[in-house]
Design a protein around this ligand. Structure first.
Ligand code: DC
Length: 230
């Protein structure tokens, strides 16, 4: 559908706290619906990575903004997955490091950082339909999209998921910072339907999400393309 130039482009917004399962769900939905999957958290992580590379204090917003004025951030996609480079470099796995996990909330609370990244996020719709996951996608980035899901999961389940992939990440601390910040805090966007993935497998979570999207008016021919793998 995204490849058809006569079809209006649209965004599916997936928001939720850390380790709620939104990345996995968004990736699977993107695959099955034929959409580009955009990981907006990777953009905040890339800016954090660059700040740490330059020994900039993430709490020093003036220094972070001056850094943004110096570097070139490019967001695009390879195949159906978003990419983000800073001065041509993709930090790759380094984006998931403990240092990034510990500092990304401070960087993403800076309004000017958000302004710039939100513009890059919106630019995707200039050339493709997308499924974008993050914290403020349904509330700020694409408030007018009818397709919004807020993914949640019990705190113990989320902490266990992070530990399972061997990541050191203080999930509850990051969630508190992301929910309490003044600009674009994590919240359930107007019109979003909450999907709790605590007791869902990936397959049943995807099926539940597609049901929600259908109810929100997702074109039936796209939703019909989903066939659970056995
Ligand atoms: O989705 P993630 O855990 O990779 O996101 C990393 C951080 O980036 C998250 O703690 C807060 C920030 N973020 C944000 O503020 N807004 C978004 N749309 C996505 C992520």
């Amino acid at each position: 559908m995204s490849a058809n130039p006569t079809t209006p482009r649209f965004a599916i917004a997936i928001d939720g706290p850390a380790a709620s399962g939104k990345s996995t769900l968004a990736r699977e939905l993107a695959k099955r619906l034929g959409l580009v999957m955009v990981n907006s958290g990777a953009m905040y992580r890339a800016v954090t990575w660059q700040a740490l590379q330059e020994n900039i204090d993430p709490l020093d917003s003036d220094a972070v903004i001056a850094m943004l004025d110096r570097v070139h951030i490019h967001c695009g996609e390879i195949g159906m997955t978003s990419t983000c480079t800073i001065d041509g470099i993709d930090p790759g796995e380094a984006l998931r490091s403990e240092a990034i996990n510990a500092n990304v909330s401070a960087i993403s609370a800076i309004p000017e950082v958000r302004n710039r990244l939100v513009n890059l996020q919106r630019d995707y719709l200039d050339h493709t339909s997308i499924i974008m996951e993050g914290r403020d996608i349904g509330s700020v980035v694409f408030p007018d999209t009818p397709f919004k899901i807020y993914i949640d999961a019990d705190e113990e389940v989320r902490a266990a998921r992070r530990a399972h992939v061997g990541e050191v990440d203080s999930v509850s601390k990051r969630d508190a910072a992301d929910s309490e910040r003044i600009t674009a805090p994590l919240k359930i966007a107007d019109g979003a339907v909450v999907l709790d993935t605590s007791h869902h497998s990936i397959e049943s979570g995807v099926a539940a999400a597609i049901e929600i999207l259908k109810q929100q008016g997702l074109p039936v021919e796209m939703a019909g393309s989903y066939h659970p793998e056995t």
